[in-house]
Ligand binder design. Structure first.
Ligand SMILES: NC(=O)c1ccc[n+]([C@@H]2O[C@H](COP(=O)([O-])OP(=O)(O)OC[C@H]3O[C@@H](n4cnc5c(N)ncnc54)[C@H](O)[C@@H]3O)[C@@H](O)[C@H]2O)c1
Length: 253
């Protein structure tokens, strides 16, 4: 039997990150869950462990470069290798562009874009020693569609997609693939309570498949991109959005 892979997932205490973690753990991989929310992380680790998964949790703020440096130094010491990194941690600052404070802009960019970049740098160095590895970044439909109150968030996710392509090219010679997934509306616990009936209906009207996606559907795509089945795929963004970003006028008449 081959050695279990070492998989790191950031923002793993809930939502898409937790589903991704559980998905890799079910495959028999060793998963390392990163989150800034210690109590929620403890619950996630306990849940995955109770299901038989091999898992460790590490509290870290992906918006803090020192946390990222310490995290990867510890990973190198404890595991000596890294097979897959999923850069999932992300936040939204929902405000009109003209009312977005500099502090909110910088916090969103620091976590979603700079944090992703620094984690990719650290992972690229570790994976480069092995001559193989896979990085999956989590983008959003907002990277390529302009929605209200998403200036900082959209800018950060657009940056993530551009970064994905550059890293795919630069890290290819080290045997590292870099891809991204871009979810549309996904039914996480936060979304379930946070989306008003009017917002929910606006989404159902705009998505050709007329439903929200599930966290398991996103996790399955991340799992695929990290697998050998995707060995010839790098620099790509897979959109998991029920057709939202593909759609034009949605009327047959
Ligand atoms: N849910 C959606 O509809 C949707 C749509 C498009 C893109 N996305 C993207 O998917 C990813 C996950 O989204 P989600 O809906 O599951 O989010 P969520 O808010 O439910 O969970 C995010 C997790 O990340 C953690 N986190 C936030 N900031 C962090 C930081 N600085 N350091 C470490 N951990 C941090 C949170 O504590 C939380 O556990 C994000 O990058 C998000 O932008 C989500």
């Amino acid at each position: 039997m081959s050695e279990p892979r070492i998989i790191v997932v950031t923002g793993a205490a809930r939502g898409i990150g937790l589903a991704t973690l559980a998905c890799f753990a079910r495959d028999g991989d060793t998963v390392v869950a990163i989150d800034q929310d210690g109590p929620a992380l403890d619950r996630a680790v306990a849940e995955v462990r109770a299901a038989g998964g091999s898992i460790a949790g590490r509290v870290a703020d992906i918006g803090k470069p020192d946390d990222i440096r310490d995290l990867f130094a510890q990973l190198a010491r404890e595991h000596g290798r890294l097979d897959v990194l999923v850069n999932n941690a992300g936040i939204v600052a929902a405000a009109p562009a003209l009312e977005t404070s500099l502090a909110d802009w910088q916090r969103v960019l620091a976590i979603n874009l700079t944090g992703t970049f620094l984690c990719c740098q650290e992972a690229g160095r570790l994976m480069g020693v092995q001559g193989r590895g896979s990085i999956v970044n989590v983008s959003s439909h907002s990277a390529i569609r302009g929605s209200h109150r998403r200036a900082a968030y959209a800018a950060s996710k657009g940056g993530v997609e551009a970064l994905t392509r550059v890293l795919a090219v630069e890290l290819a010679e080290r045997g590292i693939r870099v891809n991204a997934v871009a979810p549309g509306p996904i039914e996480t616990p936060q979304v379930a309570t946070g989306h008003s009936p009017a917002r929910r209906q606006a989404w159902l009207d705009a998505v050709p498949l007329a439903r929200y996606g599930t966290v398991d559907e996103v996790a399955a795509t991340i799992r695929f991109l990290a697998s050998e089945a995707a060995a010839y795929i790098t620099g790509q963004v897979i959109r998991i959005d029920g057709g939202f970003t593909a759609a034009g006028l949605q009327s047959p008449v």
